[in-house]
Design a protein around this ligand. Structure first.
Ligand code: ADP
Ligand code: MG
Length: 254
């Protein structure tokens, strides 16, 4: 079953068309990596899939429910109640983690489950503590985000996203703010989630990781999907000159 189905997505900011007819789908249990140069629309695409941005045209279905479709060239969104049901299926780990600075780690993890999912405090706290243990953060539940190290913040962000029990987890460059040592730690956590068959869409500049963890790789540039396929196809055997140029620039810079 496809948990995400996006068809012909178009999105502009003013005169700038950022997404030009993007279509993709994600099967249950699949790990999809999105790679591509800065400014190609990767974050905007994730934001559209997670209701943080609206699209201008196209169709998005999440876990079989239509979130938005197009009538007479204009995007029409589902009623509020449906959008709320849909959003419960998705979690997003932001590029800068976006932890709530005024809430402790534990409060960061229980706030949305209580407020949005309606889970009671005891149950939310139990789940939060289990996730903090999983992320080796059990001693940090009363710390505030500013008291966390660079490697702890992303782990809290992942735990917070998991606390909502999403069926699909999106990551927007989860390691871009981290030094190489911490990057490895976070990639290991994501790898473990993949081994547990979590469905994930991961925007990343870590090419070796994308190649290793993903079932499917999408190369985006200038608001279009230039190429997609298995990691072997895209990384090992691309016939596309833009993909080749991007990947070679990358291996030189890395
Ligand atoms: P990527 O994540 O691939 O680097 P983004 O989706 O962040 O790309 O951005 C794609 C383009 O859209 C960029 O030119 C960016 O400046 C522009 N953009 C992103 N968000 C906004 C916004 N809220 N308002 C105006 N322009 C935006
Ligand atoms: Mg981005």
């Amino acid at each position: 079953m496809n948990l995400i189905e996006a068809k012909n997505i178009q999105k502009s900011f003013g005169k700038l068309q950022v997404l030009k007819d993007i279509s993709m789908s994600v099967r249950e249990g699949q790990v999809v990596s999105i790679i591509g140069p800065s400014g190609s629309g990767k974050s905007t695409f994730l934001r559209c899939l997670t209701q943080l941005e609206t699209i201008d045209q196209g169709e998005i279905t999440v876990c079989g429910e239509t979130m938005v479709h197009t009538e007479n060239g204009k995007a029409v969104y589902a009623p509020k109640k449906t959008l709320h049901d849909i959003i419960l299926n998705v979690g997003l780990v932001f590029q800068n983690f976006n932890l709530f600075p005024h809430l402790s780690v534990l409060q960061n993890l229980i706030d949305a489950p209580m407020r949005i999912r309606g889970i009671d405090r005891a149950q939310a706290t139990e789940t939060a503590r289990r996730l903090l243990r999983k992320m080796n953060l059990e001693s940090k539940e009363n710390a505030y985000p500013c008291e966390l190290s660079g490697g702890q913040q992303p782990r809290v962000a992942i735990a917070r996203a998991l606390a909502m029990q999403p069926r699909i987890l999106f990551f927007d460059e989860p390691t871009s703010a981290l030094d190489p040592e911490l990057t490895g730690e976070i990639l290991k956590e994501i790898r473990e989630l993949a081994d547990e068959h979590m469905t994930m869409v991961i925007v990343t500049h870590e090419m070796a990781f994308a190649r290793d963890v993903a079932d499917h790789v999408i190369f985006m540039a200038d608001g279009v999907i230039v190429e997609e396929g298995t990691p072997e196809q895209v990384f090992g055997n691309s016939q596309n000159t833009r993909t080749q140029a991007f990947l070679s620039r990358f291996s030189q810079n890395a």
